[in-house]
Design a binder for this molecule. Structure first.
Ligand code: C2E
Ligand code: CA
Ligand code: CA
Ligand code: CA
Length: 276
């Protein structure tokens, strides 16, 4: 039994070393990815539930790795948060999203909103507001078209969070609470924070037709948001049944595979530029 235990330990160590080597290599590559321009944004359409019209996009980052192919954010955002690269990556995202808005406007596309995800670290970076102001000036876009998605974790810094959000609001941006209901929810921030949109997390939407509790929660979130004069976006809408439910219950905007997956810029242009 002893030797068996030892063997198991040896195998474990080897596996662990492999995992560590892979992560180490990925981290080395990640440090170079910005310089080598390997990040891309994909854009997922957001549709108005009443009109069926496109009202916005969410920009979602992907890493075009030279040998591993397209890596989803779930595989590198955490790493980037751990080694501090996330702030620089996040700045690239804002810059890229804003210049994309500008390009589409110049191409004659009817302007729609663009949402970008902020990481907690980026949110807490002292120069976030001045960076944002700078990019908006440089790209010369109307700030009203840019929306930042924050999570409930970022609201936890209390007064500081409010201070930052008020400054972002003063620049003219929209503010959205992402993954609503999955974090350390304190309903208090709905009262005190300058929030424009609430995004219902896809975990609630996916079970909408099967789980009565999710149905109750989604209805309550919509009512709460509307009474506080905020718009509601449902994410992860995959079926017509889910969409019909959301429409019936006055959810404002839907986003999900039912309409489109996040798509590269050329595909967005083929689908949506042609319509305008
Ligand atoms: P998120 O902000 O909650 O983004 C929604 C995720 O759900 C995206 O995954 C999107 O592709 C996926 N999704 C959209 N519609 C559907 C659907 O109908 N069904 C299902 N099953 N999934 C759907 P993605 O692109 O892999 O991004 C994962 C997470 O990575 C994001 O979650 C966000 O937290 C983070 N992320 C993505 N881009 C950025 C970024 O630029 N900066 C930061 N800090 N985080 C990012
Ligand atoms: Ca998001
Ligand atoms: Ca989300
Ligand atoms: Ca989510």
């Amino acid at each position: 039994a002893k030797s068996q235990g030892k063997n198991r330990y040896v195998i474990h160590t080897a596996e662990l070393l492999n995992v560590m080597m892979d992560e180490y290599k990925l981290e080395v590559d990640l440090r170079r990815a910005l310089d080598k321009n390997e990040f891309v944004l994909h854009y997922q359409p957001q549709i108005n539930n009443c009109t069926g019209k496109l009202v916005g996009f969410e920009a979602l980052i992907r890493w075009q790795h030279p040998t591993l192919g397209l890596i989803p954010p779930g595989k590198f955002i955490k790493l980037a948060e751990e080694n501090g690269l996330i702030t620089q990556i996040g700045e690239w995202v804002i810059e890229e999203a804003c210049s994309q808005i500008k390009k589409w406007q110049d191409a004659g596309m009817t302007p729609v909103k663009m949402s970008v995800n902020l990481s907690t670290q980026q949110f807490l970076t002292r120069n976030l507001v001045s960076f944002m102001k700078n990019v908006l000036e440089r790209t010369a876009i109307d700030p009203a078209y840019l929306v930042v998605e924050i999570t409930e974790y970022m609201a936890m810094e209390g007064e500081y969070s409010i201070h930052v959000l008020k400054q972002l609001k003063a620049l003219g941006l929209g503010i959205s609470i992402d993954d609503f209901g999955t974090g350390y929810s304190s309903l208090n921030y709905l009262k005190n924070f300058p929030i424009d949109y609430i995004k219902i997390d896809k975990s609630f939407v996916s079970e909408l037709m099967n789980n009565e509790k999710d149905t109750i929660i989604v209805k309550a979130i919509i009512t709460l948001a509307h009474n506080l004069h905020k718009e509601v976006i449902a994410e992860g809408v995959e079926t017509k049944e889910q969409l019909d439910f959301l429409k019936d219950h006055q959810c404002d905007i839907s986003q999900g595979y039912y309409f489109n997956k996040p798509l590269p810029v050329d595909e967005i242009e083929t689908i949506y530029l042609a319509q305008h």
